[in-house]
Design a protein around this ligand. Structure first.
Ligand code: V0D
Length: 251
């Protein structure tokens, strides 16, 4: 893969990748899968399956670019409102994905985690994901977070309730509840906030995705539907992010 980062180190031409302003943490809303299929006269679920191959492509691109954390919005709390057959098919995707790609993720030293309330997922989904989380626990390359049954406002409310419980139990003092302390009650505890949000599929909104964590994040939108998204667009997003940072980096 060509990484279009310019060499500022003119003393050594062999170093041609500049690692300035590579985001540590990228969050992605992988939208447009159903529409991709419908445009081809196929059922929406075909688009979701097609979206899986884009997931692995972008994970591998992120590994090559030495991104530290990638957080993918796979299933939101709102997705339960979709027709049951579609929900059932979507909830089979983690197992299908892992059956094919877990060996590749292991070889790439990827650590899998989840964010969201996984307790309400069907056991077959939970078990497949839990197995992958445990298998990859000791990997120390890219951290790959799958947002499963995730909702941002719900995350903040849960955190608020846990803070309140800890205050009630005298484990926490109300004066110590600052932004950092509160962040440690979120699913993303211990992770840096995303530097870059990518949303595919043409919509330009947040859809309840990481509202607390994205407060200072750069947003990059594309009309490209997720199954058509590729390393090319991913690199383009990284490049635009780098240019934005360079532009106001001097200020
Ligand atoms: C559908 C496009 C991978 C977006 C990609 C349960 C929507 C394909 C996973 C996955 C989904 C999740 C956990 C894990 C391994 C893989 C996935 C869902 C949907 C929702 F440990 N793709 N994917 N999960 N889609």
């Amino acid at each position: 893969m060509k990484i279009p980062f310019i060499n500022h180190n003119h003393s050594d031409e062999s170093i041609h990748i500049s690692h300035d302003h590579i985001p540590d943490h990228i969050a992605i809303i992988m939208d447009g899968n159903g529409r991709w299929a419908q445009k081809r006269g196929m059922p929406r679920v075909v688009g979701h399956k097609e979206g899986i191959s884009t997931v692995v492509k972008i994970v591998n691109a992120a590994v090559k670019c030495k991104i530290k954390v990638l957080t993918l919005y796979t299933f939101s709390t709102e997705n339960w409102k979709r027709p049951k057959p579609e929900v059932d098919t979507i909830l089979k995707l983690p197992k299908q994905f892992l059956q094919i790609y877990l060996p590749e993720l292991m070889a790439n030293n990827v650590r899998i985690k989840t964010i969201g309330d996984t307790s309400h997922l069907p056991p077959h989904t939970r078990e497949a994901v839990q197995y992958a989380v445990e298998r990859t626990r000791d990997n120390n390359g890219l951290q790959l977070n799958f947002a499963l049954n995730y909702g941002g406002r719900q995350e903040i409310l849960n955190a608020m309730k846990e803070v309140f419980a800890d205050i009630t139990d005298a484990k926490l003092s109300i004066d110590d509840v600052d932004e950092d302390a509160f962040s440690s009650y979120l699913y993303t505890a211990g992770l840096p906030d995303p530097d870059l949000l990518i949303r595919t599929g043409g919509e330009k909104r947040l859809s309840n995705y990481l509202p607390w964590q994205l407060a200072y994040t750069e947003f990059w939108f594309t009309d490209v539907l997720w199954p058509d998204f590729s390393e090319k667009e991913f690199i383009q997003a990284l490049e635009e992010y780098r240019l934005r940072k360079r532009r106001y980096g001097g200020l």
